[in-house]
Design a protein around this ligand. Structure first.
Ligand code: FAQ
Length: 323
């Protein structure tokens, strides 16, 4: 590196640091350190993959939703998740990587998606529990991300959060209907809460002391709160909701701590979390296999769309020339 290059690099770094310090956004055409770009690609891709694979557990219930109205809402919700994936892939592409490459990395197991989508949806109450708890946890994290330092990601999050709030409420409403229904329905709601509680609070990621990326991501303004802070926020807001539903959170150590002004809760089984993250959860193989199969089966649609776009742009040019 020459002296001029070094000076330029230092000046660029200084401008990047100043942008962050002023609370302004980093935009696609701005210079950014390569590790920042790679971190953004990793996180946004993982997030996009989660939205897309996250369609599977609830999609499983579209044909068996108990009423036509429930079916219509569920179809719309699952479709919203696909839309979130699309906004996020678009945001990720502004970092100089293609959607095809992101999919390739996922399909080859080189990129992750959220641990939470590796659990089965055994009853209709699981659809309620996902909306209430999983969308609830996702919003807690994503409200923070509306202020993240990378502009396209932050802007995508604003719209996603609005839709996730609707999803969370529809989940809570399903749980409320079941919790105030027959004994059997109430038992279904409790069983779903029993199975989804621990996976939901672990989806915020490992404890801060073991989170390899948090310190740097906080320094870059990617994360504004840590995994443990967000988890605590989620527990604090969800416990009163469970009380309102008359359901019991499956944690004997859960209690209000007057001194801290927060709920204390029991130890999370991190061995189980890592097992799921590493590919050995109840549904990992099935989820990824289905994702790969639909990608392959949809190849003709992508090819047809590209051929149509090429044909249309050719026709438009002809029309222009004819004018
Ligand atoms: N699952 O150092 P950290 C949704 C990995 S969207 C799998 O703490 P970081 C909507 C992590 O990648 C849900 N892996 O990492 C919906 C890293 O491994 P790596 C998705 C996990 O990035 C609702 C390693 O552990 N939301 O639900 C998980 O600073 C209903 C060390 O961890 C997002 O993706 C996990 N749970 O913090 C859809 C939000 N946690 O990459 C359908 C954006 C951690 O070095 C139905 N992402 N790991 O190989 C984030 O905010 C962050 O990436 C965290 C992790 C907080 C997830």
């Amino acid at each position: 590196m020459t002296v001029t290059d070094e000076t330029t690099e230092a000046a660029l770094q200084e401008r990047f640091d100043a942008t962050l310090a002023d609370g302004r956004k980093i935009e696609p055409r701005d210079w950014m350190p390569e590790p920042y770009r790679q971190t953004m690609i990793r996180q946004i891709a993982q997030h996009a993959h989660s939205e897309v694979i996250g369609q599977q557990p609830e999609g499983n219930w579209i044909t068996r939703a108990p009423t036509l109205a429930r079916k219509a809402v569920l179809v719309a919700k699952v479709q919203d998740e696909a839309g979130h994936g699309l906004y996020l892939y678009s945001a990720c592409e502004t970092l100089g990587i293609s959607r095809d490459e992101l999919n390739r990395r996922l399909h080859e197991g080189r990129q992750k998606y959220s641990s939470i989508f590796n659990y089965p949806t055994l009853t209709w109450a699981d659809v309620g529990a996902i909306g209430w708890l999983v969308d609830g946890a996702a919003i807690t994290n994503q409200v923070m991300l509306t202020r993240t330092s990378y502009g396209p990601y932050a802007r995508a999050m604003i719209r996603i959060c609005k839709e996730e709030s609707f999803h969370q409420r529809q989940g809570f409403e399903i749980m409320h209907t079941l919790a105030t229904g027959t004994d059997e329905q109430r038992a279904m709601a409790q069983d779903a809460l029993d199975r989804w509680w621990w996976p939901s609070i672990s989806m915020f990621g490992p404890p801060d002391a073991e989170s390899v990326h948090t310190e740097q991501s906080v320094a870059w303004g990617i994360k504004l709160e840590t995994n443990d802070q967000l988890r605590q926020k989620f527990v604090d807001q969800t416990v009163p909701q469970a009380d309102y539903l008359g359901l019991r959170i499956p944690d004997p150590d859960l209690r209000w701590n007057e001194e801290r002004g927060h709920y204390d809760f029991g130890a999370i089984d991190w061995d189980d979390f890592w097992k799921v993250v590493r590919g050995d959860g109840p549904c990992n193989r099935e989820r990824l296999e289905h994702k790969r199969a639909t990608w392959e089966a949809g190849a003709w649609v992508r090819e047809a769309a590209l051929a149509h776009a090429a044909k249309k742009s050719g026709r438009d040019t002809t029309t222009e020339e004819a004018r």
